[in-house]
Design a protein around this ligand. Sequence first.
Ligand code: UDP
Length: 323
Amino acid sequence: MRVLITGGSGFIGSHLADTYLSRGDEVFVIDDLSTGSIENIAHLKANARFHYTIDTVQNTPLLAELADGCDVIIHLAAAVGVKLIVESPVRTIETNVRGTEVVLAVANKKKKRVLIASTSEVYGLSTDVPFREDGNLVMGATTKGRWSYACSKAIDEFLALAYWREKKLPTTVVRLFNTVGPRQTGQYGMVIPTFVKQALAGRPITVYGSGEQTRCFAYVGDVVKALAALIDHEEAIGEVFNIGSSEEVSINTLAERIRTLTGSHSEIVHIPYSEAYEEGFEDMPRRVPDTSKIFSLLNFKPETTLDSILKSVIAYHSGRQGS
Ligand code: UDP
């Protein structure tokens, strides 16, 4: 198969490229390196079945050419990271909405199979935990920058599903729940790489808010397998799937586990959200996926435990300390 991965130099995209190449497929990556890194794909450059272009997906003629040459398109290119989103809302909205518009429009010309990556952020302030794909999305106020990300991704979802209903473009939407693992950078605020780097350096571990908020962290190696399996599955067309782990952990517990596993003496400090992000910032108190839909279709459940994930991330950052 010839696979086009937008955002393929990013954390998830580069792992997905690894998966396809190891299956014997041919991979084409387009990435503007805005949050991705060439380092993530450096190990793939020698592979004759790997090709990459540094450019934005909004370059329509280029994307059309790439799409025409491929069998499937996995659209991962997006603005990511709550910090980046709060600081650069214009970039977030425009990148997410325009990028997906172009991807779907070019895919539609030759009816290519498309998978659009969305996010668990779309559940917003919903307290109907665990979140089901057909549950209500509860958006916060438009004055709170954070929700622009959720809203822009919800528009991407609507558009992908509309292309299926109206134009019979075979699309699938996935909502990713806190995907983590090696190569994820802490630069855009993600909690696990941030805590691991702080612990390894002996700096304070910065828990935002009370630390009682919970998340479920899924290992990137498991998540990319699910993406590849979904795009191969006819019954996934026109559907939305949660992809995530059911192992729920509070951020306080996470900080303690990382401190223990690194053997660090870092102090754990609590920082108000207003200082960490912006005045009036709203967090999601619990974010837990209902994963029964993807399980019944693919028998898929993430296999990697939080402790194994943390060990792999710690090993990755230990090898890079100071870089
Ligand atoms: N968080 C934290 N300290 C940090 C970075 C993040 O306590 O240095 C918290 C953040 O407020 C959120 C959780 O960890 O409650 C997960 O944050 P992340 O940005 O990784 O993903 P999110 O679930 O917010 O998309």
